[in-house]
Ligand binder design. Structure first.
Ligand SMILES: NC(=O)c1ccc[n+]([C@@H]2O[C@H](COP(=O)([O-])OP(=O)(O)OC[C@H]3O[C@@H](n4cnc5c(N)ncnc54)[C@H](OP(=O)(O)O)[C@@H]3O)[C@@H](O)[C@H]2O)c1
Length: 302
């Protein structure tokens, strides 16, 4: 039987690639979006702020993959923006819950994006695992509330998987593009101490990990989505410079400069955590890109 998958936020970096890979595997894909411009699948509309969702999106779906959320690095963290970052995740999940609770559907699996921001930050050499507790900064609070909203869906008897995504590396956008830009113009440098860990994952590995949790119905609960070998910010910057064949001239960008420029948002680059991807590997998932050099070679060296 061909399975119908509904993806929210599918017009973004992860959803676009995931849609392509699921199509290649023969799945029927629909998108739930704020606009009809969401790309290569049938698109249904919702408006999270107005609590509106087209019920026709849910009825044919066998599984929902929930990626929607206002970008955490897209705009300055004003009070208003922080509220949007939270509500676009929690209220959207609640809207899906309310529709699923009505019962007129065949959804058996709900897979929610989550983030390794859950753990807060720590420069130590210890790996965070799924059993560790949440951190105490803004992003940790966002992720905790997002996961709590997803957990409510499990109360409806639906299998729920939460994927704590690391820093996604892609040639199409996201963190890699931001780090690469100054390196290309000979202005790249480690940020702050450079010792903060970047627990990264190649976009294709991430999408295949989503597909693994979709297809393996024994999996439920939380899984970190990070490659087995995290690197420090300094190691990542040097690896990118090497892959691009560009020298690094500036020794480092001091933390205070980034804090002046970005305010609290500087946390995104100055803080990090060394996160373990062992749990999903123990469940049988195999990463194609385990080491940063292999991922960057695939993404940057054409
Ligand atoms: N990329 C990463 O490194 C990373 C790391 C950790 C966690 N994640 C999480 O994984 C999810 C997908 O990541 P991504 O990189 O694909 O994100 P993305 O490129 O920013 O796409 C997210 C999508 O969410 C929808 N969206 C944006 N603002 C919204 C709002 N205010 N209300 C409702 N929907 C909204 C949009 O889809 P429509 O315009 O079609 O509605 C957008 O295309 C996100 O929730 C993100 O936080 C990503």
């Amino acid at each position: 039987m061909v399975k119908n998958i509904l993806i929210t936020g599918a017009s973004g970096l992860i959803g676009t690639r995931l849609t392509t890979l699921l199509h290649e595997k023969g799945y029927r894909i629909a998108h739930l979006s704020r606009t009809t411009r969401s790309g290569n699948a049938q698109t249904f509309l919702w408006n999270v702020d107005k609590n509106q969702l087209d019920p026709a999106a849910i009825q044919p779906a066998h599984a929902i993959i929930h990626l929607a959320g206002a970008g955490v690095a897209d705009k300055p963290w004003t009070k208003e923006r922080k509220n949007e970052i939270i509500s676009s995740r929690t209220l959207s999940t609640r809207l899906l819950y309310d529709e699923l609770k009505k019962g007129n559907h065949q959804v058996r699996t709900f897979i929610s994006a989550s983030g390794i921001g859950y753990y807060g930050s720590d420069d130590s050499e210890n790996f965070f695992t799924e059993n560790d507790k949440t951190g105490d900064d803004f992003l940790a609070d966002v992720v905790r509330r997002w996961e709590e909203a997803a957990d409510q869906i499990a109360e409806l008897g639906i299998r729920v998987v939460k994927i704590r995504i690391g820093v996604v590396l892609s040639e199409k956008g996201g963190a890699l593009q931001e780090i690469m830009r100054p390196v290309k113009f000979y202005a790249g440098a480690p940020l702050g101490s450079g010792k903060q860990y970047v627990s990264w994952i190649h976009l294709d590995d991430l999408c295949n990990l989503f597909i693994k949790t979709l297809e393996d119905e024994t999996l439920q609960g939380v899984y970190n989505a990070v490659a087995p070998h995290p690197v420090t910010n300094k190691e990542l910057t040097y690896a990118i410079a090497k892959a691009l064949n560009k020298p690094l001239i500036i020794p480092a960008v001091p933390s205070f400069v980034l804090k002046l420029l970005l305010g609290e948002m500087a946390d995104l680059v100055l803080k990090g955590a060394k996160v373990s991807g062992q749990k999903i590997q123990s469940a049988g998932f195999r990463f194609k890109f385990e080491h940063i050099q292999d991922a960057l070679k695939d993404l940057l060296v054409k």
